[in-house]
Design a binder for this molecule. Structure first.
Ligand SMILES: [Zn+2]
Length: 64
């Protein structure tokens, strides 16, 4: 299985080959962070915010 460093906790983790595709999301078994594959070769992950992308506050544009 491909090994990669978790960007959230720096643990050396293994993920399934089928999960190692671009933009796929996996969960770190060590810190439970949600990670997205941003690079396949070499394999690289990025932590994904789970706060929800539809935050109501940042979406209001009062443009006059
Ligand atoms: Zn982690």
């Amino acid at each position: 299985m491909p090994r990669v460093i978790c960007p959230a906790c720096a643990a050396d983790i293994e993920i399934e080959q089928e999960d190692a595709s671009l933009f796929n999301q996996v969960r770190c078994p060590k810190c439970d962070a949600l990670l997205e594959v941003i690079e396949e070769s070499p394999l690289e992950l990025e932590e994904v915010s789970e706060e929800g992308e539809e935050d109501e506050e940042g979406d209001k544009e009062e443009d006059e």
